[in-house]
Every structure is written in C-alpha cells, then in structure tokens.
Design a protein around this ligand. Structure first.
Ligand SMILES: [Zn+2]
Length: 300
C-alpha cells in the first residue's frame, strides 16, 4: 500500500460565490467524488456524510501567525511537520528560511520513510536547465528539493517523464517545452496514470504543482478555470488508476486561487482531501502542521 501526496500551491477553501472561481470551474471528477465544487460548503456537507474512504475538510494554514501565509514556511510545515512560521517568527515566501533548511532536510516525511527502510519518491521531473540554474545561483532550492536531497532520493528527469515514470510540475510539460526542451506533451490522463503507477513500487509518492498559485497571481498561461479543469482531469486519472490499498492525499500551503478580490495569498483554510484505504486517518487533522505526522503513521 502507498500514500500519494499531491501538493497544490495556493489553493484555499472559501465559500462559493462570484469571488470564488472554484465555484464554477469545470471539475466533473471532483464533483462526482464530493457532490459539489471545491468550496467550503461542499466540505461542510461532506463532513457530515461520514464516508470512511473519503475525508474532505478545511484545515488551518495560517500557523497561528499574523500576516498572509507564504510558501517557504508553509511548505516546510507541510513536509517537516513543524510550525515553520513560528520558528522563523513570520511567514516567508518562495523558499524555506536558511535557518530551517537543515531541520527540513532531516525531519521531512520523505526522509522519515527512507530512514526506516521504506520507499519514498519525488514524482516530479526535473530538467538539466533546472540544476544548472541552481548551480549558477539564479534560483534557490525549493522546500521539496531540500527535502528530497535530505532523504537521499534520486531526482526524476525528462527520460522518466517521457516513459511515464515521472510527472511534470504543470502536468503536461508545456512549461518545459516553452523553455526549449524537446519533449512530447503529456495528457492529464497519462500524467495521472503515471503518478498512480509510481505507488506500485513505493510507500510514499510526493508530487507538487504550482499552477494554482501562479494562476492566482495572474502569472499562469492558463485561466483559473483552465488550471482547475486540467487538475480535475489529472486527479480523475489518478483516482481511476489508484489501487484499493492506496490513498490519495491532496492539500496546499496557503490560499490564493479561491479569491478573485485578493490578488495575492489569503488566510483562508486549505483543503485536506484524502481518498482511499487510509483516508480516515486524516480526519483528525486541523492544521497543515499535522499532515507529515499522519503520513508517517499510515506509511508504516
Ligand atoms: Zn504565491
């Protein structure tokens, strides 16, 4: 059995309405699963249905710290199970605070699984250009890269992507192709199937996607609706290919895309969606800080 953790950057859970593009985004697979769109009301009605194999609820991403939650501290909290914003004294955007990098490398959930002899993997495909940009210090290491390095994991590449053993951060690979990589675009069905199949050989599969945050900031090629239509097809394919013994987990680091009125992040709760064998274990969560601990439990 395996846990497939899909991390979506910048997805909050807010009431449905004209300010929330998730109210009417074309998401047929999520509708079929949850009985409604990815909005707060659906989570509330769903919660009372007490379905064993599905948990869908809002959880806190503010970490009890004033100001707008950000990716650097939020992703560290998700992956390492610590209150990174409290440790740092504030929310930090983009990448983890320097002082927390070692803690993230040593305590993250990928490493915890690997340290006890489990099989963890980072499903995203990386290009040579990414590693060159890091080496040239044009970009800084994301929380996920620090975590995977700390766990001693192999990073998947474009060859893995093209043989269906990795997933592009934007699902299709269009962003990489736009930067000159000679790759064949991947359909959301192919990408979702590839992610679900990685679960066959692993105990923990981690995948991250930044499209919702980019769309929320108005920096994506696609509209908010297009991003969620793509993610819905992708998630539908993951669930269709998922084995009964596996669990799909979806969450986020902070809100953004769910409010048109706020062009940046929000203090809204984020969705906790768990589907499959171990879903019920996630029912007790109230904050993103607790996710790593439950992953630790259910992957044993
Ligand atoms: Zn952002």
């Amino acid at each position: 059995m395996a846990l497939i953790f899909v991390f979506l950057d910048g997805v909050g859970l807010a009431p449905g309405g004209p300010d929330n593009p998730l109210s009417d985004a074309p998401t047929p697979h999520l509708h079929a699963l949850l009985g409604g769109p990815l909005v707060l009301e659906t989570a509330q009605t769903f919660y009372h249905r007490e379905v064993d194999s599905i948990v869908f609820k809002p959880i806190d991403a503010t970490l009890g710290i004033v100001g707008l939650p950000q990716s650097g501290t939020g992703q560290t909290a998700l992956l390492a199970g610590v209150n990174a914003a409290a440790l740092h004294g504030r929310h930090q955007p983009h990448v983890p605070p320097v002082a927390l990098r070692q803690l993230l490398a040593e305590q993250n959930i990928l490493r915890r699984v690997a340290q006890r002899g489990g099989r963890a993997t980072f499903a995203n495909a990386f290009t040579p250009a990414y590693w060159q940009a890091l080496a040239a210090r044009r970009i800084r290491k994301s929380a996920s890269v620090i975590a995977a390095e700390g766990a001693g994991l192999r990073f998947r590449d474009l060859e893995d992507l093209q043989r269906g053993a990795a997933v592009a951060w934007d699902v299709s690979g269009a962003a990489m192709r736009g930067r000159g990589e000679q790759i064949t675009l991947v359909s959301p069905t192919q990408a979702g199937t590839a992610l679900a199949r990685l679960a066959h050989d692993h105990d923990l599969v981690f995948y991250e996607n930044f499209l919702p945050d980019l769309a929320g900031h108005g920096r994506a090629q696609q509209t908010t609706h297009e991003v969620f239509a793509l993610l819905d097809s992708f998630l539908g394919a993951v669930m269709a290919a998922q084995r009964p013994q596996d669990t799909l987990l979806l969450s986020s680091d902070h809100g953004n895309i769910e409010s048109i009125a706020s062009p940046g992040h929000t203090r809204n709760p984020v969705p906790l969606l768990a589907v499959g064998a171990k879903a019920a274990a996630f029912d007790k969560l109230i904050s993103i800080i607790e996710i790593a601990g439950i992953i630790d439990e259910v992957t044993r």
